[in-house]
Design a protein around this ligand. Structure first.
Ligand code: GDP
Ligand code: IMO
Ligand code: MG
Length: 434
């Protein structure tokens, strides 16, 4: 079990934070390897809610070292505020480590993200406007500023002078937006550097040494498979590698270091932002999921679009990530529905497909083919054993396992840390749950 990857199998918000929190009690290190503060991972512990954006969700376990790997783009101000917030709730943050190779989100990235979205009109992506796309674009263009650049103020200032010439010209001439002053950014980022410097190290050495010493590591994905820059519903995606392949480049380890990949999926499906969503509901069942599941974005507060569970999407996630099992979350949200639909395959131009490449053009033409499972009325939010679930809830999980040919290792039945049914025996012993 030792080195585990947790990946969102849908369009994000599957419950990665709460599963990370659960498993982090049994690992020595938790690593974020991509994304930035577009992520919003919620952990509920004894009714206290923690919303984590950049800090790995393992931070609530005082024994785990929490690593922000080189693949993450860091907004230092958000990070400092998040650390302050955690400390105000008596959560120790000394265990945080930040890669010196992380690229920084700069104020002009945020301005450009918004300006681009505004200019796209109906073609907008619906980003979180946190500057993620522009920061990764600069990384690829080799214009990026990294955490390690802040250690050398002269180099940092020179880079800033060069970059701002270009960014200000774009902001002013293309978007008629406000521009930035070198000194303002320089002074703020020097202050951030002073606060963050105690956390900054070469995390690739740290993670590899921990593995060499036989320690257990958990890799916490952000976003989800269908938001992956290569494998998602491009261009309605984020700008990083959200799939299991991203672990290796985003933390600096080799592929043989991983033993287990778990895909997190809701018992239904949601999406925030624009882009195709074949099983999306516009009726009372979708509203029911939104209300019961409190489906409003952790980062932006936007209402999440809701729909039925889509096996075609999860089969794709299983292949791309090489999933060993699924963690199915929010089963309790479906309680009270008379019938629950499951999309087994798509009808495209009169032909039936179990597997498709989920690009926008294909998904737009795809009509979901559903089967119906019977619902249940009983409250399941305190159940500890799979066998104690109502018959129809068990059946629902078994149908998904059969349709996808992959086991459900965990099922969550409420947001709190203890509201989880661990079905897999290896995982039970890993978690020391008998
Ligand atoms: P993440 O981004 O994948 O970590 O997921 P989010 O935290 O953005 O969204 C998941 C939401 O569902 C959060 O508000 C969680 O508290 C909540 N949640 C997670 N698991 C369950 C569950 O089993 N049942 C219910 N009702 N809520 C859950
Ligand atoms: P977690 O980790 C859900 C979506 C945005 C938008 C697209 C691009 O909490 O699951 P970006 O700001 O990344 O350029 O936006 O990706 N998105 C998410 N949706 N959960 C997330 O993170 C997301 N992070 C980005 O809504 O559609
Ligand atoms: Mg989220």
């Amino acid at each position: 079990m030792s080195n585990i990857v947790l990946i969102g199998a849908q369009w994000g918000d599957e419950g990665k934070g709460r599963i990370t929190d659960l498993l982090s009690s049994r690992v020595e290190m938790v690593v974020r390897f991509q994304g930035g503060d577009n992520a919003g991972h919620t952990v509920i512990l004894d009714k206290n809610e923690f919303k984590l954006h950049l800090v790995p969700s393992g931070i609530l376990n005082p024994n785990a070292i929490c690593v922000i790997g080189n693949g993450v783009v860091v907004n230092p101000m958000t990070l400092i505020n998040e650390l302050k917030d955690l400390e105000s709730k008596q959560i120790k943050t000394d265990n945080l480590r930040i890669s010196s190779n992380c690229h920084l989100i700069m104020p002009y990235h945020i301005a450009l993200d918004s300006a681009t979205e505004n200019s796209l009109g109906p073609l907008k992506i619906g980003t979180t406007r946190k500057g993620i796309g522009p920061a990764y674009a600069d990384k690829a263009s080799r214009f990026g500023i990294r955490m390690c650049d802040l250690e050398n103020p002269e180099i940092f200032k020179q880079k800033l002078i060069n970059i701002l010439k270009i960014k200000n010209a774009i902001l002013e001439k293309v978007y008629s937006s406000e521009t930035f002053e070198v000194e303002d950014i320089f002074n703020s980022y020097m202050k951030y550097a002073e606060i963050l410097k105690k956390y900054v190290v070469d995390t690739a050495f740290l993670v590899n040494e921990a593995i060499d010493e036989g320690k257990s590591i958990l890799f916490e994905g952000a976003q989800g498979t269908l938001l992956d820059i290569d494998h998602g519903t491009y261009p309605y995606v984020t700008s990083s590698s959200t799939t299991s392949g991203g672990v290796f480049t985003g933390s600096g380890i080799g592929p043989k270091r991983i033993n287990n990949v778990i895909g997190i999926t809701k018992a239904y499906c949601t999406r925030v932002g624009e882009g195709v969503f074949p099983t999306e509901l516009f009726d009372k069942d979708g509203d029911y999921m939104r209300q019961r599941g409190n489906e409003y974005g952790t980062t932006t507060g936007r209402a999440r679009r809701c729909g039925w569970f889509d096996c075609v999407i999860i089969r794709y996630a299983k292949m791309i990530n090489n999933l060993d099992s699924m963690a199915i979350t929010k089963l309790d949200v479906l309680t009270g529905l008379e019938k629950i639909k499951i999309c087994t395959s798509y009808n495209m131009d009169g032909k039936i497909y179990d597997n498709v490449t989920p690009n926008c053009a294909t998904l737009q033409k795809s009509k979901p083919i559903y089967i119906e499972a019977a619902g249940w009325e009983e409250d399941i939010s305190d159940i500890k054993d799979f066998d104690k679930l109502p018959g129809n809830a068990k059946k629902y999980i078994n149908i998904l396992e059969e349709l996808l040919n992959i086991p459900a290792s965990m099922i969550s039945i409420g947001p709190d840390r203890h509201q989880i049914i661990v079905k897999d025996n290896n995982l039970k012993s890993f978690l020391k749950m008998g």
